[in-house]
Design a protein around this ligand. Structure first.
Ligand SMILES: Cc1cc2nc3c(=O)[nH]c(=O)nc-3n(C[C@H](O)[C@H](O)[C@H](O)COP(=O)(O)OP(=O)(O)OC[C@H]3O[C@@H](n4cnc5c(N)ncnc54)[C@H](O)[C@@H]3O)c2cc1C
Length: 532
């Protein structure tokens, strides 16, 4: 609790002018809270705080959702595996949040049946899997999804005809959920925060803190001449960059994050490909991994290896992709996947709590809010999952309110639907626009009518005008999701540049730079394939 701290007064002409032009912000705006990092956690915190009436500034050095949140396996899950580490609290919290997200974001988060094959020589036998399934069902009391079922070997092969039958004892089928476009979940949290008055600045890196009387009294934001502001609470929600952010500023801290990298391969449907998601144990090292139908293709992942480099430079390595392909071929012998069949890859760094424990798998996936030992108004977010972002944000804003000494207002985020979920009727959930924008799809359709252009052109304009996209990469990879198509959206690039020229006043030079910038940003995703 910090006594005597009033709301921050943010006096930055340059910043205000920029914000005013871009987002309609008033001059001399006061902020209660600065959130650094517009990944799922920062976005969720900004939304929760704005809904509770706080004045929020959210900044990111890049685009909304451009960090780890775009590098995940996209499951909204209880974390069956965590039961092996007796993390019952985390599993219960995750299962409760799964239910909440199915309710507040039904256009983005959808139920996903998952099959776990059980093999005679596997590390987890029938009794273990059965016990895990019962515990999972018990911990998800009050859920809307069906309970698990155990299948015989014959029933399993009937359901998954391409699965290797050698040594197959049977399987378990259970339900979790998938957020096909995790990037959109982040964007919608930001949109919701902005609807409630939050200010968002993307491509604005926090470079330093201003310290006065033992408190953070301001920050320096890259690209601004006068960039100090005063206030009460700063949340460092920089994901795997949490330590870097502190190290690069004059604020030193003990190490908080011990990141591990996870990589994925995206492949087209293959011979014998499963119709539902499959949760398998790798034969080579007994690690669990998923093969998931995703966005018209298959997502295979993930690995889990210590990562000490710059999270911005993370990429799938050849050995990881070979590992994922060979384990998939082992489970589905007719698949015969090789490097040429990989459409693209992506990777991310899990912002896990730092530990000297060398077993990556056993590091907790729980989150922690770490108050800086010297500066009480600086709190870092450590860990967390996409699944539990909302409860993390609620906990974080409760703490912020206590620090501000403001009256307590309860969180509304479990009740209020995200923007695309208001009046959303999943009558045609497979329709592309509704899978991406939910009920806001009609705004895109109206824009297409108004501009007399095709829906894709309208989506591009919509991304820049209504969803804070600044570059073509933002637009393709984190708004329209065209960039996650099998061709990485490369076939649509020239058409998009033409849309920019026609509707967004791009010069020829800007259009050319956008196309080049996009190719550059996606080069590490298709590098693996082009090397073969
Ligand atoms: C391989 C993998 C698989 C995963 N699978 C799942 C899954 O299936 N289900 C699940 O629930 N969770 C999953 N997770 C976990 C989940 O993705 C992450 O925990 C979550 O996305 C972290 O979000 P974040 O907001 O903390 O970090 P990020 O999304 O990384 O956001 C941090 C932001 O901070 C910004 N930033 C950094 N430094 C600065 C600065 N100086 N100034 C301004 N901004 C800055 C960055 O640009 C970035 O946008 C997975 C993670 C990985 C890596």
């Amino acid at each position: 609790m910090i006594d005597g701290l009033s709301s921050w007064v943010f006096i930055c002409d340059v910043l205000d002018r920029m914000a005013a032009t871009r987002y309609g912000v008033c001059m001399n705006q006061e902020f209660d809270l600065l959130v650094v990092g517009a990944g799922i956690n920062g976005a969720g915190i900004a939304r929760d705080a704005a809904l509770r009436g706080l004045k929020v500034l959210l900044v990111d050095k890049g685009d909304i959702g451009g960090g780890t949140s775009a590098g995940s396996t996209r499951l909204i899950h209880g974390g069956l595996r965590y039961l092996e580490h007796f993390e019952f609290g985390l599993v219960r919290e995750s299962l409760r949040e799964r239910e909440t997200l199915l309710r507040i974001a039904p256009h983005l988060v959808r139920p996903l049946p998952i099959v776990i094959p059980i093999y005679r020589d596997g590390g987890r036998g029938w009794p273990t899997i059965r016990a895990g399934m019962i515990a999972y069902d018990l911990l998800s009391w009050g859920k809307s999804l069906p309970r698990h079922r155990m299948l015989s070997a014959r029933e399993t092969l009937h359901r998954l005809p391409g699965l290797s039958g050698e040594g197959l004892v049977g399987s378990a089928i259970y339900y979790d959920a998938q957020v096909e476009f995790a990037e959109r979940l982040v964007v919608e949290n930001v949109l919701a925060a902005v609807e409630c008055g939050a200010t968002v600045l993307t491509y604005t890196r926090l470079t330093d803190f201003v310290i006065e009387e033992g408190l953070v009294a301001g920050v320096r934001l890259e690209g601004h001449k006068v960039d100090q502001f005063r206030g009460a609470v700063v949340i460092n929600a920089a994901g795997p960059w949490v330590d870097r952010l502190l190290d690069e500023t004059q604020i030193k801290s003990e190490r908080l994050i011990g990141g591990t990298k996870g990589s994925h391969a995206v492949v087209a449907a293959f011979a014998g490909a499963p119709e539902s998601a499959v949760y398998l144990e790798a034969v080579s090292d007994r690690r669990p991994f998923f093969i998931v139908p995703w966005n018209g293709n298959y997502l295979i992942g993930t690995t889990d290896v210590r990562f000490e480099g710059d999270p911005g430079e993370v990429r799938a390595e050849e050995w990881e992709i070979d590992y994922l392909l060979s384990e998939t071929n082992r489970a589905f012998p007719s698949a015969e996947l090789d490097r040429e069949r990989v459409l693209y890859t992506y990777a991310g760094v899990r912002p896990l709590p730092f530990t000297t424990n060398h077993n990556e798998r056993s590091i907790t996936r729980r989150h922690f809010l770490r108050e800086h030992p010297r500066f009480k108004n600086l709190v870092s977010v450590v860990g967390g999952k996409l699944t539990t972002y909302r409860s993390l944000a609620e906990e974080c804003v409760d703490l912020v309110l206590r620090k501000l000494g403001k009256g307590f207002t309860g969180s509304e985020t479990a009740r209020v639907p995200l923007p695309g979920a208001s009046d959303f009727h999943p009558s045609n959930p497979c329709e592309r626009l509704s899978r991406i924008y939910g009920s806001r799809a009609k705004e895109v359709a109206e824009l297409a009518n108004r501009l007399n252009c095709d829906p894709l052109a309208a989506e591009i304009v919509f991304a820049f005008q209504n969803e804070f996209a600044k570059t073509l990469a933002d637009c393709f990879l984190r708004r329209t999701m065209i960039g996650l198509n099998a061709d990485l959206g490369l076939n649509e690039l020239q058409a998009a540049a033409a849309v920019g020229r026609r509707f967004l006043s791009w010069t020829e030079d800007r259009a050319r730079r956008e196309v080049e910038g996009y190719k550059q940003e996606t080069s590490n995703r298709n590098k693996y394939r082009s090397q073969t």
